[in-house]
Ligand binder design. Sequence first.
Ligand SMILES: Nc1ncnc2c1ncn2[C@@H]1O[C@H](COP(=O)(O)OP(=O)(O)O)[C@@H](O)[C@H]1O
Ligand SMILES: [Mg+2]
Ligand SMILES: [Zn+2]
Length: 511
Amino acid sequence: MISKVKSCALAGIDGIIIDVEVDLSSGLPAFDIVGLPDTGIKESKERIKAAIKNCGYTLPVKRIIVNLAPADVKKEGAVYDLPIAVALLSLTGIIPQTALEDYMICGELSLDGEIRRVNGVLPMAIIARDKGIKNIIVPKANALEAGVVDGINVFPATDLYSVVKHLTGEQVMEPVSVNVDEIFSDKDFYELDFADVKGQESVKRAVEVAVAGGHNILMIGSPGSGKSMIAKRIPSILPAPTFQEALETTKIHSIAGVLPENVSILKNRVFRSPHHSVSAVGLVGGGTVPKPGEISLAHNGVLFLDELPEFTRQSLEVMRQPLEDGKITIARVNASYTFPANVLFVASMNPCKCGYFGDVKHRCTCSPNDISKYVGKISGPLLDRIDIHIDVPAVQYDMLQDDAKAESSADIRARVQKAREIQSVRFKDERIFSNSQMTPAMIRKYCAITDDAKEILKTAFESLGLSARAHDRILKVARTIADLEGAEQIDFNHIAEAIGYRSLDRKYWLQ
Ligand SMILES: Nc1ncnc2c1ncn2[C@@H]1O[C@H](COP(=O)(O)OP(=O)(O)O)[C@@H](O)[C@H]1O
Ligand SMILES: [Mg+2]
Ligand SMILES: [Zn+2]
């Protein structure tokens, strides 16, 4: 006698259908699960047995073999507790086998039969819908995630007993419904707004340029100068995400299990700010069944590394490739897993170890050697991914006393949006969407500059000793500055401003 029900595994950000087959045969009573990694099988069996018993049913005294197919897909055990229990109960005649045909079932059981949340319910519901499965039973704690998927009934389950009653038709659960249009109709929803940031016009301008062209940015300034305050407000000036973008970001959060219970979809641009003690795996993802890291959790949003030189060299090193590619690929013996990681990378640092080099009000206690050692920690490969470095001056008292409201995020966002539209027209036949992604060939094609602009670029080069890389970065950023102005050609002022965003190139200790 065999009973079958569908469940799901995860590979990267997508679900893979798993067939849960339970076979009952005569012979010595036994309970075996095949197709799961060894760790976890024992616990699974204990949970299933206890949950069935505690819901008032009895486990058949026979030889039970559970097969999770395909065998070569990496699985994490707990998701299959509920489908295994349901398939077992259909073999004992409690649930009719036909009732399971149109279902995918996912959920972890506790010993008393309660259903606990599992990770990745959103991609599971998507693959179920795509494969024509009509219904999915998921833990109630995750049900809202799945609820945004159209074309499938999502049943929120609290315990094994109510799942049985649902499948026998005795007490049918109400499917969850999420009104996506309503969620997306409210456009202005950021709690933190640039209107709170007084003064600092040049820094805000640099941030606007960064967001408009997708340029990674590093802010350098003494403690209290407002770097963190500004960074946290960057999501509010990014164009609102499309439904598809929001869905992709939400999938990643669903898989990582970090989506709050009352949230169905992340309609805001995300902001992730991992502490500098984060491991390399925590940053870019990993594990036996790979999970996304911070850079993927920030997908379509902002990844902020505060106090950049405090991160380990290894952490900074592993960021390099994903920042370049907009995704991260993790190789395992049988498969490789890809997680999207298209982020605006924002970093901050003090100018030196004590924090006050260049500060007019405090005395810096660092030696030139200390300073070059401190800044040197971030030089090299990662710094190469950052188009804009800007000094953040200490806040002036008068500035804070100024009652006039600064420009709102909505106003800045409107200009960013316009500049992005220009870029999407420019790059409609290329495989990129922002100025920051231009290849050297594209830079030659799209960054025509006036003669006087060429002149100042040459002078800057000779006096600052800029590298060829800095040259290309200046052109890309100048392209964005011109786009913000709606200008076709890059002129003197655009280049001059872009040169100003190479703060670290100008510092003597990096020469
Ligand atoms: N330009 C500003 N306008 C208003 N408040 C500011 C400004 N700059 C700093 N502050 C205040 O100072 C606090 C410390 O700033 P913070 O962003 O933490 O500095 P940093 O990250 O550079 O050390 C902020 O929370 C804010 O209250
Ligand atoms: Mg800070
Ligand atoms: Zn110092």
